[in-house]
Design a protein. Structure first.
Length: 283
C-alpha cells in the first residue's frame, strides 16, 4: 500500500467521524437533487464537501468526483478518487445504517475498473467501521476516538452462503431474474435487504451470499452507479474471494464512459455469481 492510499484511508476515516457527528442534525433535505435525480440531504452535501476538501489536500490526489456533484473537482496528482459520500442516506429518516464508499483510481475519471488501485467503505452502524481493499487484501477497522484500529485482517467471503438481498420492486424484475430469485429462496438463504448497499454488502462479507440491484423493466441499467458504487464494492468483494457481475461480465472489466452511468450490480460468492450469469444467459 502506498503512503498516498494510506493517507486517503486516514482522510476518509477522519471525515467519517465528523459525518457521524452531524447525522442527527442534518436529516433535512437540501435544495437540490444529485446528477442522477436523488433528492439530497444536508448530510449528503456536508459529507461530499468535507471529503473533497480532505482528499484534495493530499498532494498526490489529482481529482475528486462524487455521486452528489455534476463535475470532477480537478487538482494535480496521479490518484483520482470517486465517492458516494453518504450511501443510503434515505435511511437517515428511519434511523437505519448508511455508508460512505470510495474508489481510488490511477487514471482520470471516468475510468475502467482495472484502474482501481484501492477501495473502501465506511459503515455507520451500531459502531462505525471501515472496510478497505488494497493489494488484494480486505481489512476491517474500527473507527473510534479518532483512531483507525484493525478489527479483522485478510477477510474472505464465507464459503457457505447464508443471506441474499435484491433491490427494486419484484414486479419490475426481468422474468429470468425472478426465476433465479425463486431458486435462491429454495436454497433457503435468508433475506437481508436494508436500502443501503454498504450495510447489505457487509452482511455478504460476514455471512456469505448475494447482494444485487438488478436491471428493471423501466430502468434496464438498474439504479446503482458504476463508478461510485459498482466498481469499489466489486473490488472489495473480489479481493475477499467473491465475485461481481452486471449480469454478463465482472463489474471490474467495465469501463465507465460517463461519470454517472448506472449498471446492474451483483456481488457475492463466486458460485452464486456464476449461477446468476448462467440463469440470465438462458442456461
Ligand atoms: P431502493 C441507496 O440509495 C442506494 O444507492 C444503495 O445504497 C441501495 O442499495 C439502493 O440505492 C437502495 O435503493 O430502491 O431500495 O431505495
Amino acid at each position: 500500500m502506498t503512503d498516498t492510499i494510506d493517507a486517503i484511508f486516514d482522510a476518509v476515516a477522519e471525515t467519517a467521524a465528523e459525518v457521524r457527528g452531524v447525522l442527527g442534525e442534518r436529516r433535512s433535505y437540501a435544495e437540490g437533487h444529485n446528477p442522477t435525480g436523488d433528492r439530497q440531504l444536508a448530510a449528503d452535501v456536508y459529507a461530499d464537501e468535507l471529503l473533497e476538501q480532505r482528499l484534495l489536500d493530499i498532494p498526490a490526489v489529482g481529482s475528486y468526483a462524487s455521486e452528489e456533484r455534476d463535475a470532477v473537482a480537478e487538482d494535480s496528482g496521479s490518484y483520482h478518487v470517486a465517492s458516494d459520500p453518504l450511501d443510503g442516506s434515505s435511511n437517515l429518516k428511519s434511523n437505519n445504517g448508511m455508508g460512505t464508499i470510495i474508489g481510488v483510481y490511477d487514471e482520470p475519471l471516468p475510468a475502467a475498473g482495472e484502474a482501481l488501485q484501492a477501495a473502501a467503505y465506511v459503515l455507520y452502524g451500531p459502531t462505525t467501521t471501515m472496510v478497505t481493499a488494497v493489494d488484494e487484501t480486505v481489512t476491517e477497522y474500527l473507527l473510534e476516538d479518532d483512531e483507525r484500529s484493525v478489527l479483522q485482517e485478510d477477510i474472505t467471503v464465507p464459503a457457505d452462503p447464508t443471506v441474499y438481498g435484491f433491490g427494486g420492486r419484484a414486479p419490475d424484475w426481468p422474468d429470468d431474474f425472478s426465476t433465479f430469485v425463486k431458486e435462491i429462496e429454495e436454497r433457503r438463504l435468508k433475506l437481508r435487504y436494508s436500502g443501503a448497499m454498504v450495510g447489505d454488502v457487509n452482511q455478504i462479507l460476514t455471512y456469505g451470499g448475494l447482494f444485487g440491484y438488478p436491471m428493471l423493466a423501466d430502468q434496464p441499467e438498474g439504479k446503482l452507479r458504476l463508478l461510485f458504487e459498482g466498481h469499489p464494492i466489486a473490488a472489495i468483494v473480489s479481493a475477499a474471494g467473491g465475485a461481481s457481475t452486471d449480469g454478463t461480465q465482472s463489474l471490474l472489466t467495465k469501463e465507465a464512459t460517463e461519470l454517472h452511468e448506472r449498471t446492474p450490480v451483483f456481488v457475492g460468492n463466486e458460485s452464486l455469481i456464476d449461477d446468476l450469469e448462467s440463469a440470465l444467459d438462458g442456461q
